[in-house]
Design a protein around this ligand. Structure first.
Ligand code: AMP
Length: 358
């Protein structure tokens, strides 16, 4: 048995957004403190953390001082500069490990990793210039989607091609960034699995949730998802395969397309995931506690779901509905304390309990 973090220990979290906020709350419930490292001002996690450092990821002195105060380091978003991680990993354990982060940061590396594991992805090809683009279209055909290899999120850094004539426009949308062309997958719906792996290699996955996106942003996750028993099993097993292959410690979100031919892996996120927020009100141990347990070397919760749940994101002026939603008895509200409402900004979410698990 590896060492379990003791009461009062401090977990360092890189990133202070809503995920860092909910991780901090979960950590506090288990008797831990958190120290948030975040370059932006007024991070949502600051309200509920023991300590906050507002500094750039290039600030070596701040990174060292941060590491000095924590027992283990985790992160709530994947685009942390490599130089910061190079330094931090010499000072404290980083969980999930660097490899998981490196693989997920680059769509091309990620696709190759998933294919090597024997998992199905969209057909793909690297595109750096017009010549690659022409070859990729020859190979993959259209419709297709061109995506930047790095720094894409919520559908950003993507351009759709209906026909080969769209090639020049799509390439210019990438603004010179290295990209990947992906064949368009005809899926019936999208699901995701939130899985966790502990320090000792135990794996626990939550039931897959069904996701609906609007304008590239997650709108809702509903449990149970429309899946056959064997698809459900497949989804969980392939998630375990990814977790084990990376010797992963922590929670991961795996996004899948459901097609007539089976499940296609879109991508994975090496962190707690928006499509796992339903676990807060659908399970005894939610994804945030699960992640904290994993990085703290604790045993994992079993991931069992006790309720059917619908999670709905509150984006931009959806916040106007809060007074009315607060009157609904079976709705749990989770608001992020962001003072400024902006279109497309995730302000909070709700979990609506639909009934006992079934
Ligand atoms: P991503 O940023 O890769 O998660 O993509 C955002 C959304 O675009 C996904 O949730 C899908 O709805 C859609 N999408 C991404 N890749 C594909 C694909 N290869 N085929 C069809 N739809 C896709």
């Amino acid at each position: 048995m590896s060492e379990m973090l003791q009461q009062g220990a401090t977990i360092g979290i890189l990133g202070g957004g809503q995920l860092g906020r909910m991780l901090s709350v979960a950590a506090a419930r288990l008797g831990f403190k958190t120290h948030i490292f975040e370059p932006g001002a007024n991070p949502p996690a600051a309200d509920v953390a023991h300590q906050v450092t507002c500094a750039a990821y290039e600030d070596e002195a701040a990174l060292r001082a941060f590491a000095d105060t924590v027992d283990v380091i985790t992160y709530e978003f994947e685009n942390i500069p490599t130089s910061a991680l190079d330094l931090l990993e010499t000072l404290r354990p980083i969980r999930p490990n660097r490899r998981a982060l490196a693989v997920s940061q680059d769509r091309l590396v990620e696709k190759a990793f998933l294919s090597d594991l024997g998992l199905t992805t969209a057909p793909y090809a690297a595109v750096d210039d017009e010549v690659d683009m022409a070859e990729a279209i020859d190979e993959i055909g259209t419709p297709a989607i061109l995506k930047t290899r790095r720094f894409g999120y919520d559908g950003k850094g993507q351009s759709r091609l209906r026909s080969p004539e769209d090639a020049a426009r799509a390439l210019s949308d990438m603004a010179g960034a290295p990209a990947v062309l992906e064949g368009f997958i005809e899926f019936s719906h999208e699901v995701s699995v939130i899985g966790a792996r502990g320090v000792n290699g135990e794996v626990s996955c939550y039931d897959p949730g069904e996701n609906v996106h609007t304008d590239g942003i997650l709108h809702s996750t509903t449990l149970p998802a429309k899946l056959t028993a064997s698809q459900r099993m497949d989804a969980v097993l392939l998630t375990a395969k990814i977790l084990n292959a990376l010797h992963y410690v922590g929670v991961m979100g795996v996004e899948l397309f459901v097609t007539k031919q089976g499940l296609v892996v879109n991508e994975f996120a090496p962190r707690v995931h928006n499509s796992g927020h339903w676990t807060q009100d659908g399970c005894a141990v939610d994804q945030f506690e699960q992640h904290i347990r994993a990085v703290a070397g604790w045993p994992l919760g079993d991931g069992k779901r006790h309720s059917n749940v619908e999670m709905v994101n509150l984006i931009g002026d959806d916040m106007d509905q809060v007074p009315e939603l607060a009157r609904e008895g079976s709705v749990a509200l989770h608001l992020y304390g962001k003072s400024e409402v902006k279109p497309g900004r995730k302000m909070g979410h709700l979990n609506r309990i639909l009934g006992p698990a079934g």
